[in-house]
Design a protein around this ligand. Structure first.
Ligand SMILES: Nc1nc2c(ncn2[C@@H]2O[C@H](COP(=O)(O)OP(=O)(O)OP(=O)(O)O)[C@@H](O)[C@H]2O)c(=O)[nH]1
Ligand SMILES: [Mg+2]
Length: 286
C-alpha cells in the first residue's frame, strides 16, 4: 500500500478546507468567505484500497501580517510544511488575481524538495478568471489539476495524482478503532470550531478577527440532551456589543445555527449556552 502526509497550502480563501471536507465527505475543517478561517493545522485521514493519506489542512498565508495573531498563524503553516510532509498540494483560486501573497506561499513551498501538485480550484466559476497568471507557475510543479472543491469535480484526479507520488509504506495512523476520520481535534475543540465558523459567517467586516471561541463544558444529561457551555472571547467592549447585536439577535443567530449543526453531527438534541466576554488575553487561546 501507499501512505504519506499531504499538506494543503495556499493563500487565504483558496478553498483548502472545503477541499479537505469534500475529499473526506465529512466536515472536519470549518470554512467561510473570510480569510484565515483556519487558524491551526487540521489533520484528517483518508483511506481506500490504494492506501492511506494523512491530509494536513493549513491556515492561509497572509503576505502583509497585520498583527501578532496572524503572524503566529502564518508560522504554524510554515512549521507544518517543514515537519516531514511527503507531498504538497498547492491550492490556488483562479477567480482572484495573483498577488504578493502567492509569492510568499511559493517561497515557503520552494524550500522543500518533495513532489508538488498545483491545484487550480473553483473551476465551477467561469468568470472572472485569471487562470493564465497561474499557468505561469506550472513549471514549478509535477502536475497541474483543475477542479472544484465545491462541486467535487475532478477530485478523483487529485487523489490519483497523490497516490501515484506517495511512497510505498504502512499506514501512518491506526484508524481501526476510530469513529471520527482520524482528526486531531477533541470534541470540545471541534464544537468550539463549529461555533467560531458560525460567528465568522454571521459577523461582518473585521469582527471575526477580534474573537475566538472556548468550550467549557460538554455533558450528556439523563434525558439524552447534550448540554454545551461555551464562550466567545473578544478583545473590546465595542466588539462585544457587535457580537451580541440589537436585542441579542446576532448572538442568538450564531447560537442557533451552531446548535442546529451540532444536533445533526451528533444525532442528539443540543442545548447550547453561549455567552460573550471581553478578555484582554483572548488571543492566547488561539
Ligand atoms: N464556487 C466555489 N467556491 C469555493 C470552492 N472552494 C471553496 N469555495 C468557497 O471559498 C471560500 C473559502 O473556502 P475555504 O475552504 O474556507 O478556504 P481556505 O483556503 O480553507 O481558507 P483559509 O482557511 O482562510 O485559509 C468559501 O466561501 C467556500 O465556500 C469552489 O470550488 N467553488
Ligand atoms: Mg481553511
Amino acid at each position: 500500500m501507499k501512505s504519506g502526509i499531504v499538506a494543503l497550502v495556499g493563500r487565504p480563501n483558496a478553498g483548502k478546507s472545503t477541499l479537505l471536507n469534500n475529499i473526506l465527505r465529512q466536515k472536519v475543517s470549518i470554512t467561510s468567505p473570510k480569510p484565515q478561517t483556519t487558524r491551526f493545522p487540521i489533520q484528517a485521514v483518508y483511506e481506500d484500497e490504494r492506501g492511506q493519506i494523512v491530509f494536513v489542512d493549513t491556515p492561509g498565508i497572509f503576505a502583509k501580517v497585520k498583527d501578532q495573531v496572524s503572524s503566529r498563524i502564518n508560522l504554524r503553516t510554515e512549521e507544518a510544511i517543514e515537519q516531514g510532509v511527503d507531498l504538497i498540494a498547492y491550492i490556488v483560486d483562479h477567480t482572484r488575481q495573483r498577488a504578493e501573497e502567492e509569492n510568499k506561499v511559493l517561497g515557503i513551498v520552494r524550500k522543500v524538495n518533495i513532489p508538488k501538485i498545483l491545484v487550480i480550484n473553483k473551476v465551477d466559476v467561469k468568470a472572472p478568471t485569471h487562470i493564465v497568471q497561474y499557468r505561469f507557475m506550472e513549471e514549478e510543479f509535477d502536475e497541474v489539476i483543475e477542479l472544484s472543491a465545491f462541486t467535487g469535480k475532478h477530485l478523483p484526479l487529485l487523489l490519483n495524482a497523490i497516490f501515484e507520488r506517495l511512497p510505498e509504506g504502512p499506514a501512518i495512523v491506526d484508524t481501526a478503532n476510530m469513529t471520527q476520520p482520524g482528526i486531531n481535534l477533541d470534541s470540545k475543540m471541534f464544537i468550539a470550531e463549529i461555533i467560531r465558523e458560525k460567528a465568522f459567517l454571521t459577523l461582518r467586516k473585521e469582527v471575526p478577527y477580534t474573537l475566538t471561541t472556548v468550550v467549557d463544558d460538554v455533558a450528556e444529561r439523563e434525558n439524552g440532551v447534550m448540554y454545551i457551555k461555551a464562550r466567545i472571547l473578544t478583545s473590546a467592549d465595542r466588539y462585544k456589543g457587535m457580537i451580541i447585536g440589537k436585542n441579542a439577535s446576532t448572538i442568538k443567530e450564531i447560537g442557533a445555527t451552531a446548535r442546529k449543526e451540532l444536533e445533526v453531527a451528533s444525532s442528539k438534541k443540543v442545548y447550547l449556552e453561549l455567552t460573550v466576554e471581553v478578555d484582554a488575553h483572548w488571543a492566547d487561546y488561539i
